[in-house]
Write a protein that binds this ligand. Structure first.
Ligand SMILES: Cc1cc2nc3c(=O)[nH]c(=O)nc-3n(C[C@H](O)[C@H](O)[C@H](O)COP(=O)(O)OP(=O)(O)OC[C@H]3O[C@@H](n4cnc5c(N)ncnc54)[C@H](O)[C@@H]3O)c2cc1C
Length: 493
């Protein structure tokens, strides 16, 4: 065992991943989580006997030596049962106003072939686009399992927006929407998203698309098993309230909300970046750093419907549906966005005896509408909020039924608003996926200015399950050194 002990604050995907890697390298790790159990974002919930996924619907990079497969192996999740999505259509895009459906198959060549047959005039650009995003994905250090710290930092700097890149290649707005549809999965508009950032997510869906059999709760169960074998000490149900900093030593203790003091020799914070500055004593970091973290904008928020669906339409059994009533989906990302206009993202739905899993409908929606009720807490919201929620969910349901009559057998068991997500995800700005990775803001890096305080999580490097793991590995490069992480990565090849 090494001498150091590190507190990892936050037990989501990134915090658990970092804790497991640090423990394997001999660090004594304490994992501190304010929620009652680890993996709150991923765990999902059950209503009326139906299980609903929250933070995991599908992932890419799950093929044989795909990056997520390798990272799952690195975390000791070799036995994670997977379910792969339909090879010929893992995402179906429906444009009701145009009478058009666009299936996205697994595989780069298959995708180029299918899209070129639908948009023949743009075949050359379609090929160029997928070649480009694959190149970016494959050359990104932690997706290609290289760990040079300087490359990690330069990899974050890129300047072309997805929208500009697409506009330079095709005049067809529908094709532009098709190529940027996965923006909905990270909640930032194509105008603001660096092409590189989009590529890190969208190109992961070119190979090995699927999920964990049993959903997010099955993933959390495996993470719990891995933690129990790792020696990581887990403290759930108490927030880290303060980090004690001394001039020469940096962070030397984590103080929990119940007054417990944990002496540490370093800390890794994985929560929403807005939540870090209040933990730090005045003067411990530069005011500009504090201000930068606090002014980061969140990704878009959403309303969601959790539905029982019998029978589940076949295309949802091994895939997702995007309904785009407007061919241009840009309005979904505006601060005044109306959740009733769509686009709508539909995922999940299994109606077998052994696997009763609900359908989740997500409609991007503005946090602003809910702002008047922001001071209320779950279970104690005012009547006006309840009316707003009911109206929005009813309208979204009707729109989805109108555009997807195959769902006529669905019943809504529960719903969520931007405020629900704020409280469930511990996201002060109601963002679904942490803070935006945008051309207009500089997201945190693993380094903080305090030598033994690091950051990881979906707001650092990239969002999603893969992004959260990559952020954890990036932080470990700075904590453990490049060679130690390189050894770990080589061992999971
Ligand atoms: C509806 C929805 C669907 C999604 N679907 C997918 C999908 O299909 N595929 C995919 O790849 N990704 C998906 N995601 C995104 C993915 O779930 C997240 O990117 C990922 O889980 C984030 O992990 P994290 O560790 O960065 O953050 P979190 O899960 O937010 O973990 C951070 C933790 O820190 C804790 N914390 C904060 N402050 C403190 C403190 N002071 N003391 C103690 N604990 C603290 C919080 O309670 C939290 O548990 C989805 C997200 C949502 C909301």
């Amino acid at each position: 065992m090494g001498a150091e002990s590190i507190a990892v604050i936050g037990a989501g995907m990134s915090g658990v991943a970092a804790a497991l890697v640090l423990a394997r390298r001999g660090r004594r790790v304490v994992l501190v989580e304010k929620k009652e159990r680890i993996g709150a974002t991923l765990r999902g919930f059950t209503r009326g006997g139906v299980y609903f996924d929250t933070g995991l619907h599908y992932v890419g990079g799950l093929h044989g030596e795909g990056p997520l497969t390798r990272y799952f192996r690195l975390l000791g999740l070799d036995r994670l049962p997977l379910e792969m999505f339909n090879e010929d259509c893992f995402d179906l895009l429906r444009f009701p106003g145009l009478g058009l459906e666009v299936p996205l198959p697994v595989g780069r060549e298959a995708t180029v072939r299918v899209l070129s047959s639908i948009f023949p005039g743009d075949a050359a650009f379609i090929r160029k686009y997928f070649t480009r995003i694959s190149e970016i994905f494959n050359s990104s250090p932690l997706l290609s399992f290289r760990t040079d710290a300087s490359e990690l930092l330069t990899d974050m700097q890129n300047t072309v927006s997805l929208a500009d890149y697409l506009a330079g290649g095709t005049a067809d707005p529908v094709l532009r929407t098709v190529l940027s549809i996965h923006s909905l999965l990270y909640g930032v508009s194509p105008e603001e998203t660096p092409l590189h950032q989009h590529a890190r997510i969208a190109a992961s869906y070119l190979e090995g698309v699927g999920s964990v059999r049993g959903g997010g709760r099955a993933l959390v169960a495996e993470l719990e098993k891995a933690l129990s074998l790792s020696g990581v000490k887990i403290l759930c149900g108490k927030a880290a309230e303060k980090l004690r900093v001394s001039p020469g030593r940096g962070i030397n203790a984590v103080l929990l909300e119940d007054g417990t003091e944990i002496p540490v020799e370093g800390a890794l914070f994985t929560g929403h970046p807005h939540l870090l500055p209040p933990l730090l004593p005045q003067g411990s970091v530069k005011p500009a750093f504090r201000k930068r973290l606090l002014s980061l904008e969140d990704t878009c928020s959403a309303y969601a419907l959790f539905c029982k669906c019998a029978p589940t339409p076949s295309f949802l059994r091994g895939g997702n549906l995007f309904i785009c009533p407007d061919a241009d989906t840009a309005s979904a990302f505006r601060p005044d966005c109306d959740p009733r206009r769509g686009p709508f993202y539909l995922s999940g739905g299994r109606d077998g005896q052994a696997d009763l899993r609900g359908l989740v409908i997500v409609a991007p929606g503005s946090a602003r509408e809910c702002a008047p009720y922001g001071a209320s807490a779950p279970g104690r919201r005012p009547a006006a909020y309840a009316r707003l929620k009911e109206e929005r969910l009813r309208d979204i349901r009707q729109k989805c039924l109108a555009h997807c009559p195959e769902l006529s057998g669905m019943s809504v068991l529960d719903g969520a608003t931007p405020l629900t997500f704020r409280d469930y995800l511990d996201a002060p700005g109601c963002g679904l996926y942490g803070t935006k990775h945008s051309l207009h803001q500089f997201n945190p890096l693993p380094l903080t200015g305090i030598a033994n305080l690091w950051m990881a999580g979906q707001s650092v490097i990239a969002p999603g399950i893969l992004g959260a793991i990559v952020s954890a590995i990036a932080a470990c490069v700075f904590i453990l050194g490049r060679e130690a992480v390189q050894e770990e990565l080589a061992a999971c090849a």
